[in-house]
Design a protein around this ligand. Structure first.
Ligand code: PLP
Length: 369
């Protein structure tokens, strides 16, 4: 791929860190975090925060409300549920993270039915339609890019199906998709979409980023049982360019810098770069006899979950490539021993990915199963 824009900000070919989050962070972003302290009720903070939502909205592709929290992505799973306090939930599950979101809802005392698809497969919207015809649901939870299996669900089709079949709220985990592959909050009719800073936004971990639709916010005004992550508070303070509670200001300085970087590259070019990276991994895997659990056409653009060819141990491969200076993800949960995962999201460039693939080739001979 020829790309005039240097995503690495001066370190082309030098990225060696390929976890599916947290991801490699550019020098300029790390340096932005070293900004001197400011108070979060003063003018300097309001100036900073006034710049965040309008550009964040461009990445989430919405003209609606976006906000930040000082929390992990999991905090925003809770925020989606506690602000809505839905009646029965239909949780779409096909991997570790979607199962965990269902578990989160159960922990909060909510009624959950799980619509399960085998790990690695994508959720079939026809199954969603049938489930919505059989039962009455107030909300549907869906993970767009299942980081544990490398599967990309057709979020647009799932959301459309929910809209056509019910008036349930569509709560979407776009943790490893937004800013790395197409997510259209407005066009797809999502009600809530959430991510964490340590994924395709390529910031250090610690910040939650989310979108909430008008109807979600209207409902939340009456129903919310959240305190720390109460949406109406976030909205009231956002009007003053503030956050309700003490934010991680260093993260917001970093986000300020990174939003400029993302919009200079352009959101579409960022998607295209991720698309090229995942296609390169797929071509390499096919040449080497490695396979994918996720079906073609339903693979994440930001994380490739690969099953090594017979005779190669995934765990040994992760360890051997680490000795060569490259960090990749092992398999997740019940796939820990049988797969490895390459995170190619954020500001990774193709030359760095090529170096990783060469190191994996060298390592494969030393990683006998
Ligand atoms: N959802 C998905 C799809 C993820 O990949 C992750 C983390 O990897 C999470 C949720 C949880 O995010 P956090 O660790 O920021 O709570």
């Amino acid at each position: 791929m020829t790309h005039a824009f240097d995503p690495t900000g001066g370190k082309p070919g030098q990225v060696r860190f390929f976890l599916p989050g947290p991801v490699w962070v550019r020098d300029a972003v790390r340096q932005a975090m070293a900004h001197e302290a400011i108070g979060h009720r003063g003018k300097a903070f309001a100036d900073l925060y006034s710049r965040i939502p309008p550009r964040l909205a461009q990445v989430f592709r919405t003209t609606g409300f976006v906000f930040t929290t000082t929390s992990a992505g999991t905090g925003l799973w809770e925020a989606a549920l506690l602000n809505l306090m839905p009646g029965r939930i239909l949780a779409l599950a096909s991997g570790a993270f979607s199962e965990r979101w269902a578990g989160c809802a159960r922990d909060l005392g909510l009624a959950v039915d799980v619509l399960e698809a085998p790990w690695g497969s994508a959720i079939d919207p026809a199954d969603v339609r049938r489930a919505l015809e059989r039962g009455r649901y107030d909300a549907v939870t869906v993970v767009h890019s299942e980081t544990s299996t490398g599967t990309l669900n057709d979020l647009a089709a799932v959301a459309r199906t929910v809209r056509e079949s019910s008036d349930a709220f569509v709560l979407a985990d776009v943790v490893t998709s937004v800013a790395g592959s197409p997510v259209e909050c407005d066009d797809w009719g999502l009600d809530f979409a959430l991510t964490g800073s340590q994924k395709a936004f390529a910031l250090p971990p610690g910040l939650g980023l989310a979108f909430a639709s008008d109807r979600f916010r209207a409902r939340a005004k009456d129903c919310s049982k959240a305190h720390y992550l109460r949406l109406s508070e976030a909205e009231a303070f956002a009007a003053k360019h503030q956050t309700p509670y003490t934010p991680s200001t260093p993260h917001l300085f970093a986000l300020d810098v990174q939003l400029d970087h993302i919009l200079t590259e352009t959101v579409e070019a960022r998607w295209a770069r991720h698309d090229a990276l995942r296609r390169r991994v797929a071509a390499w895997a096919a040449e080497r006899g490695h396979s994918y659990p996720a079906p073609e056409g339903a693979r994440s653009w930001t994380v490739s979950c690969v099953k090594p060819r017979p005779g190669v141990s995934a765990e040994a491969l992760v360890a051997r490539v680490k000795e060569r200076g490259f960090t990749i993800g092992g398999g997740y949960g019940k796939w820990k021993a049988s797969t490895f995962r390459i995170g190619h999201m954020g500001d990774v460039d193709l030359a760095s990915l090529e170096a990783l693939l060469a190191a994996l080739d060298e390592s494969a001979g030393e990683a006998a199963a």
